[in-house]
Design a protein around this ligand. Structure first.
Ligand code: FAD
Length: 333
């Protein structure tokens, strides 16, 4: 695929009516991949006022055309309906590549979309390079981040790519005269094979998706109780971050499983991860070892978490965490 023929379609995922940051990261990757001469489209699925704000942001950050699909069948995430909506945009745009966030929704949609367009699929991309010859090379982690593979598409089929949140730069804004247009795209929802009866929302990280959080203060069994999370919450609040947890803390009933990070929990890649009273079992590391800066606080100097920490503090978290909070409050006030 030569650069000039590249046309990208970005699935602009929203959560609670707001554009998810990973959608802007996917848009940035799309702009990088099409380079000069290519076209970047975005598809917004859902509708309402918030969608028009989201559409404006996409247009302001370099989506040439933002296709808005508004249909009652799309009010809630339903994989079949959303895949059909992306299919409608694909039919309109005929893209050579389709980019989605590697989120719960993106992971469900991408294989459907790839099958529908008979395309190739590279999932969970953490870096995108364009070689001098214009080839695109994608990096993705393997074995829970212990290895990385670099992969490229072979010529022919369309590309379907999911990008891991918090790894690629956001699409920059473009000058007003280069901002894109927003257009409604007609859509007829297909008959669905399942329907959502109800969504019971569990306690979560204050509305912020852990996978997209910039700063996470995570607690383990070392916090000793649900109340033991209070100093961690104060530190998280001071830093503008969110709480996370090890499975040890969740199993002990100190916090909700929606906070669990690791092999059987969420995979996170924040800019700053502060692990408090977490030993660093391999299954926990699987979900957070790609964080940019890792700080570990543990009273056991032999705790395995220190082997991957950039900064280690040996001591009692109940002394250290409040001290850090005080210090940051002073620095940030
Ligand atoms: P512990 O291992 O008990 O560590 C507690 C730490 O706190 C210790 O290092 C201790 O020194 C320290 N500490 C105690 N008091 C203090 C204090 N006052 N100040 C400072 N430090 C203190 N785990 C996950 O986290 N996520 C997963 O997704 C996950 N998936 C799993 C899947 C499978 C199939 C299996 C078998 C296990 C999985 N686990 C997972 C569990 C994992 O193996 C560990 O049991 C778990 O991560 C331990 O949690 P922890 O570090 O909080 O507890």
């Amino acid at each position: 695929m030569s650069n000039c023929s590249r046309t990208a379609l970005v699935f602009a995922e929203c959560a609670d009516g707001k554009l998810r940051r990973v959608a802007l990261e996917a848009l940035g990757a799309a702009r990088q991949l099409v380079q000069d001469g290519g076209a970047v489209h975005a598809v917004l699925v859902g509708g309402g006022t918030a969608a028009s704000e989201a559409a404006a942001e996409l247009a302001a950050r370099g989506a040439g055309v933002v296709h808005v699909i508004d249909d009652p069948a799309l009010a809630q995430f339903a994989p079949e309906a959303y895949a059909a909506a992306i299919g409608a945009a694909v039919a309109a745009v005929r893209p050579s590549m389709i980019l989605l966030g590697h989120t719960a929704a993106g992971r469900e949609l991408a294989p459907r979309v790839a099958a529908a367009v008979r395309g190739g699929h590279i999932a969970d991309v953490t870096a995108v390079e364009t070689t001098d010859g214009g080839d695109a090379v994608f990096t993705r982690p393997l074995y829970a981040g212990k290895a990385f593979e670099r992969r490229r598409f072979l010529p022919g089929a369309p590309w379907v790519i999911t990008v891991r949140p918090n790894n690629l730069p956001l699409a920059d804004g473009v000058p007003p005269d280069r901002q894109g247009v927003i257009a409604a795209l007609p859509f007829t929802a297909p008959p669905l094979s399942t329907t959502v009866l109800a969504i019971a929302r569990k306690a979560d990280a204050g509305g912020v998706d852990l996978a997209e959080a910039d700063i996470i203060v995570a607690g383990g069994r070392g916090v000793r109780s649900a109340a033991g999370f209070a100093p961690l919450q104060a530190l998280a609040q001071t830093l503008g971050g969110v709480l996370g947890a090890s499975r040890g803390a969740c199993d002990a009933g100190y916090c909700d499983y929606s906070l669990q990070i690791g092999q059987t929990g969420k995979t996170v890649t924040p800019k700053l991860y502060i692990a408090c009273g977490i030993s660093g079992a391999i299954q926990h590391l699987a979900g957070m070892s790609q964080s940019r800066v890792i700080v570990a606080i543990n009273k056991d100097p032999e705790a395995p978490i220190f082997s991957i920490a950039d900064y280690g503090i040996v001591g009692d978290l109940f002394e250290i965490v409040p001290l850090l909070t005080k210090r940051f409050q002073l620095l940030l006030s």
